[in-house]
Ligand binder design. Sequence first.
Ligand code: CA
Length: 230
Amino acid sequence: MKLLLIEDEAKAAGYLRRGFGECGFSVDVASDGETGLDWALAESPDLIILDVLLPRRDGWSVLAELRRAGRTTPVLILSARDAVADRVKGLALGADDYLIKPFAFAELLARVRNLLRRAEAPGAGRDAGDGELAVEDLRLDRIRHKATRAGQALDLTPKEFALLALLAERAGEVLSRTVIAEAVWDINFECSTNVIDVHVRRLRAKMDDPFPRRLLHTVRGFGYVLEARE
Ligand code: CA
């Protein structure tokens, strides 16, 4: 997921870039409104986090131009102002959410995820088709909730199956614990939780340990990836 952060305060921008980076997002930072608008139009980010008081072009104007150009990219406004009039103005201009500074990173993260989920919902076609996923000799039938490896049935709990299906759907992509927690447990865990690790260990014991080739790999300090390696 690609975020565009339009924020002129370097310290805040650095902090947010790091925080989102640790949770698996890629973040571009534009430090003035004009550059931010250019990038928003040229790069089509998945979501824009927009400060209001910016050099060269303020956040209101960035948002108005973006919507005038027909872009529906979700926009979350960050503002030091908490006047109701400002909030109403932001929403009237087409902002999707509004957060007052100072805020807790966890709240911003939750709101960003929420907006992304909302934006994704109408499409939701990635799982269409016959519901079968294949990675090497691993097969997952998402309709019947059955998994096999090298033709042998794997006896997985529903959570283990959901975890494996997520990793298989995004095979080759490193998924952070936060992304996994959110997708499989559907709640906002702290980024460092060992619930995921425990489930991964149990899953591995069933789908990797009995077989000669490992598919589920740990990427230290980040998360997990399912892929065939040489
Ligand atoms: Ca500012």
